[in-house]
Design a protein around this ligand. Structure first.
Ligand SMILES: [Zn+2]
Length: 227
């Protein structure tokens, strides 16, 4: 099989850990890869394990056995948080937290009205008057950079709240950063005493002078206290 290198910024496909099964959301314990590019699906299956399966909607999907993906973050732009402004229950426009950036629309470049602090944005969204976050991590696979750039997208507030920390660390570092995209299993006890297991993604930067940075960095206990 010949692999055609992709141009930078051209996303080959996306990794995720959730999908709809008969209309119900299902959480996976290992990373799943989805793409429209059959060659990319086959290459990922060969590299990480799993099988490329064609979906009826024109996608190819690989259920990999990997809960951790060794990746490379190529720049501080590898992690971005955009906000989605909603209109009539549809995501109408995206902003960068300060200005609209929906290309070609009349509002492009206009102030969007999002508060600067992410906790204020969350409070606004909770009241039903604010935008919601889309955090995107773009990366190459550490063992096959020639396959091109892949993406992981999260709409979780927790991910967005910690994205700024990760960006700050990336800005301070030089060159490409080795990292791991990890699906970690966490547990917390709900207010009515039930033990709740859940999975969340972590971006763990490779040790830099002995320090490993986790993202999000809060523990499940802190999360359940904050909820
Ligand atoms: Zn905004």
């Amino acid at each position: 099989m010949t692999i055609v290198p992709k141009s930078p910024g051209d996303v080959v496909g996306a990794f995720h850990f959730g999908r709809l099964v008969a209309g119900l959301p299902q959480t996976l314990s290992t990373w799943c890869f989805t793409t429209r590019d059959q060659g990319a699906a086959e290459a990922v299956a060969e590299l990480l394990g799993g099988e490329s399966i064609a979906s009826p909607r024109g996608y190819f999907e690989v259920d990999t056995p990997c809960a951790a993906l060794p990746v490379t973050l190529d720049s501080d732009a590898a992690v971005t948080v955009e906000m989605e402004h909603w209109k009539a229950r549809a995501a109408a426009r995206r902003c960068n937290g300060a200005f609209f950036q929906s290309e070609g629309q009349a509002s492009e470049g206009e102030p969007c009205g999002c508060p600067q602090a992410i906790e204020d944005r969350r409070a606004m969204a909770t009241r039903g008057t604010g935008a919601s976050p889309v955090t995107t991590v773009r990366f190459t696979l550490a063992d096959a950079p020639e396959l091109g750039v892949f993406a992981f997208e999260s709409r979780a507030w927790d991910m967005a709240e910690h994205a700024e920390d990760l960006v700050a660390q990336l800005v301070g570092s030089e060159g490409a950063r080795k990292a791991e995209l990890v699906l970690s299993e966490s547990e917390f006890t709900s207010t009515d005493g039930l033990r709740v297991m859940y999975r969340r993604p972590l971006v763990q930067l490779a040790a830099l002078s002995g320090k490993v940075a986790s993202f999000p960095s809060r523990s499940a206990t802190e999360l359940s206290q904050a909820a």
